[in-house]
Design a binder for this molecule. Structure first.
Ligand SMILES: NC(=O)c1ccc[n+]([C@@H]2O[C@H](COP(=O)([O-])OP(=O)(O)OC[C@H]3O[C@@H](n4cnc5c(N)ncnc54)[C@H](OP(=O)(O)O)[C@@H]3O)[C@@H](O)[C@H]2O)c1
Length: 267
C-alpha cells in the first residue's frame, strides 16, 4: 500500500482526504496530512484515524504528495520540501494557474508530477477530475494516481493545455451550481414551499436531470424540449430566463473564471 500525503487540508484537500478514506483506498496508517493550523484537523484524524503531521514529515514519508495549498504558496512549500521527498515521489499539483513546468522548475529537477483538477464533490465520492501526467510517469504511476481520483469520483486524462477549460466547467462549477440551487429554492419558497423541502426538490431535480443527460446520451436541448408543453408553464419560465440572460450570465462568468486562471499562471 502506497502512502498518500496531503500538504494543505482546506476545502479541496479535505474533500479529497475524506473521499479517499470513505472509499477505504488506504488505511489511516497510509494517509498523512499537514496544515498551517493542524489543530483544525483533529476531528478528521478522529474520524479516519489518519496521521496529522507537519509538511516535512509528509514530504519524507509519502509516495504520493498532493499539494492542496493555494497557488501562491507553491514556491515556498516546494522550496522547503524539495530535498527531502522520496526520489521516486509523485507530486500532484491541483492549483489553478500552476503548470507541470512550474512544478519542475520549483523542484529544480524532473520530478514525476501530475497536473490535476478535482472538484469538491470528492467529499461525497462524486468528483469529476482531470489528470495530465508528466512524461516520466510510467503505467504503474498512472494506475496509482487514477485509483486515488477514482476513489472519490470519476476522472479523465486531458491535455494540460485544456486544464483551464476543465477548471471553469468542473473545478469551479460547484460554486455556480450551488448559486442556481439556492435561487431555485428561493423561487419555490416565494411560492410557499418550506425552505427545506425547496432545497430537496431543487437538488434532486439537478441530480436527476444530470443523470438523465449522461444516461440517455440525448442533447440537453432535446431533454429541455420534453418538459416544455405547447403554451404550458415551463416554456414561460424558459422564455423569461432567456430574457434575463441566464445562458450568457453563465458563459460570461466562466469566461471571467478562465481569464483569472490565465492571469494567475502569468505570475
Ligand atoms: N476549492 C476548490 O473547489 C478547488 C477545486 C480545484 C482546485 N483547487 C485548488 O486547491 C488548492 C487549495 O484550495 P482550497 O480551496 O482547498 O484552499 P483552502 O481552503 O484555503 O485550503 C488551503 C489549506 O492550506 C493550508 N495551508 C496554508 N499554508 C500552508 C503551509 N505553509 N503548509 C501547509 N498547509 C498550509 C491552510 O491551512 P489553514 O486553514 O490552517 O490556514 C488550508 O487548510 C488551490 O491551489 C486551488 O487552486 C481548489
Amino acid at each position: 500500500m502506497k502512502t498518500i500525503g496531503f500538504i494543505g487540508c482546506g476545502n479541496m484537500g479535505r474533500a479529497m482526504v475524506e473521499g479517499i478514506m470513505k472509499a477505504n483506498l488506504v488505511d489511516g496508517d497510509h494517509m498523512i496530512v499537514s496544515n498551517a493550523h493542524p489543530e483544525r484537523l483533529s476531528e478528521l484524524s478522529e474520524i479516519y484515524d489518519c496521521y496529522i503531521s507537519d509538511n516535512e514529515s509528509v514530504a519524507k514519508n509519502s509516495d504520493i504528495v498532493v499539494l492542496a495549498i493555494k497557488p501562491y504558496l507553491y514556491k515556498e512549500v516546494i522550496t522547503s520540501i524539495k530535498d527531502i521527498v522520496k526520489d521516486d515521489v509523485i507530486i500532484i499539483n491541483i492549483a489553478a494557474g500552476i503548470s507541470t513546468q512550474d512544478v519542475v522548475e520549483m523542484f529544480g529537477r524532473k520530478v514525476k508530477t501530475v497536473k490535476a483538477m478535482p472538484n469538491t464533490p470528492a467529499m461525497v465520492q462524486e468528483a469529476m477530475s482531470a489528470l495530465s501526467f508528466s512524461d516520466n510517469c510510467d503505467q504503474d504511476d498512472k494506475e496509482d494516481v487514477i485509483a486515488i481520483f477514482e476513489s472519490f469520483g470519476q476522472c479523465r486524462e486531458v491535455e494540460e493545455r485544456l486544464m483551464d477549460a476543465v477548471m471553469v466547467v468542473s473545478g469551479s462549477s460547484p460554486a455556480y451550481i450551488f448559486m442556481v440551487l439556492e435561487a431555485m429554492a428561493d423561487g419555490a419558497v416565494m411560492q410557499g414551499l418550506p425552505r427545506n423541502d425547496a432545497y430537496a426538490f431543487a437538488a434532486q431535480a439537478m441530480i436527476g436531470s444530470a443523470k438523465m443527460m449522461l444516461e440517455t446520451g440525448k442533447h440537453p436541448g432535446e431533454l429541455k424540449d420534453m418538459v416544455c408543453s405547447p403554451a404550458g408553464t415551463t416554456i414561460e419560465a424558459v422564455a423569461k430566463m432567456e430574457e434575463m440572460g441566464l445562458r450568457s450570465a453563465i458563459i460570461e462568468g466562466m469566461r471571467a473564471c478562465a481569464n483569472r486562471g490565465k492571469e494567475m499562471s502569468k505570475k
